[in-house]
Design a protein. Structure first.
Length: 354
């Protein structure tokens, strides 16, 4: 009798909606379609280092499609960081190799963002068979049009912006809302456009505070009762006069700046981790399932060292070597930016028509 193919799955980095859908996508197709045995490592790469796992079967993979978070837990453990821990006999990558060998794994599925894909690539360089699945609300994984988690976060942020419109209108206020996304502006761009933001500030476009001031005062003069400013957490904010970093977040900085420059009554909302919580959107469930199922197929076909990716509405494979170490940011000439500009949206760099 031929031995079963054994695979490991882990979720690493910041969580997002759709992780369980992806675990289920990989696991169910691995078990049902290919007859594989599936180990789920706990808390990201920590579980692989410490040999902590649970065996996943059809029952444990049932009923998790709509669940937020991850049934495996996650962590920000980066096994290739600080390789020289002298108290340890084995380095973390060596411990990972040991776990992999001891369990007799044929492949490891790493579900994560940019950092995870880089680690996955380094593990494949060490000789482990690895396949990647991209997740993140930031949508900044290189080589895939969309990563799951993003669509749900766009929905959450958009709903929050919708709610800010009504209270902003009642009080005739300027509302600043800070959106996550790390150093990429995808989440801010999409939710800003979907939520009808008047000013959208993203890390990829350098803003000028004089432009924002003029734009907001023009709106007020023309009789618009309120304004909504959607700000990415990763925009540049200036250092303090003494050259040290500000403790305030991007949203708080922009809100205070606007109030000071324009005299308009301004309030800020920092959306934070609610953007990562809760049930995945239908779109994310579908992408996560598809990317996961594709990963299992890659293993079946012994195509290791690849990441499942979403390209032009199709699920494809892309080499981890091409993905590792890169970040997908918003191109300044992105069609959505052009579209929003032509509707009068301000990106802080120039006023339309000037
Ligand atoms: O990558 C997802 C993300 O939520 C980013 O948008 C944010 O900058 C970061 O993670 C927050 O990280 P942590 O969970 O470590 O606080």
């Amino acid at each position: 009798m031929t031995e079963k193919i054994k695979i490991g799955i882990l979720t690493a980095g910041g969580d997002c909606p759709g992780l369980n859908a992806a675990i289920r996508g990989v696991g169910k197709s691995a078990i049902i379609e290919y007859g594989m045995k599936v180990y789920g490592f706990l808390n990201g790469f920590s579980g692989l280092i410490e040999n902590e796992y649970k065996v996943l079967d059809e029952n444990s993979l049932s009923g998790i499609l709509t669940l937020g978070g991850t049934i495996l837990g996650t962590s920000r453990e980066k096994p290739f960081k600080a390789l020289t821990d002298e108290d340890q006999i084995l380095s973390k990558p060596e411990k990972i190799q040991q776990t992999y060998k001891e369990l007799g794994l044929n492949c490891l599925v790493c579900i994560g963002g940019n950092g995870t894909m880089k680690t996955a690539y380094k593990l494949s360089e060490m000789g482990l068979n690895v396949v990647g699945v991209p997740k993140t609300i930031d949508n900044d994984v290189w080589g895939t049009d969309f990563s799951f988690g993003f669509d749900s976060a766009v929905n959450i942020a958009t709903e929050a912006i919708d709610r800010l419109h009504t209270t902003a209108n009642s009080h005739k206020r300027t509302m600043v809302v800070e959106v996550m996304g790390h150093n990429a502006g995808w989440l801010t761009l999409y939710s800003g456009i979907a939520g009808g933001g008047d000013v959208i500030l993203i890390p990829e476009i350098k803003y000028d505070k004089r432009v924002i001031k003029k734009y907001l005062l023009n709106r007020q003069k023309s009789g618009k009762p309120y304004s909504i400013i959607v700000v990415a957490e990763g925009i540049d904010i200036p250092l303090k006069k003494d050259g040290t970093k500000r403790k305030s977040s991007a949203g708080t900085y922009i809100s205070r700046m606007i109030q000071e420059l324009t005299g308009l009554e301004t309030r800020e909302t920092i959306l934070g981790y609610i953007q990562r919580g809760g049930t995945p959107s239908p779109g994310d469930r579908i992408i996560a399932t598809g990317l996961g199922e594709h990963a299992a197929r890659l293993i079946h076909e012994k195509k290791y060292g690849f990441m499942s990716a979403y390209e032009n509405t199709k699920i494809v494979s892309i080499s981890l070597k091409d993905v590792a170490g890169k970040t997908k940011t918003v191109p300044e000439d992105h069609s959505l930016i052009k579209m929003a500009r032509s509707l009068g949206t301000c990106f802080g760099d120039s006023l339309e028509g000037e």
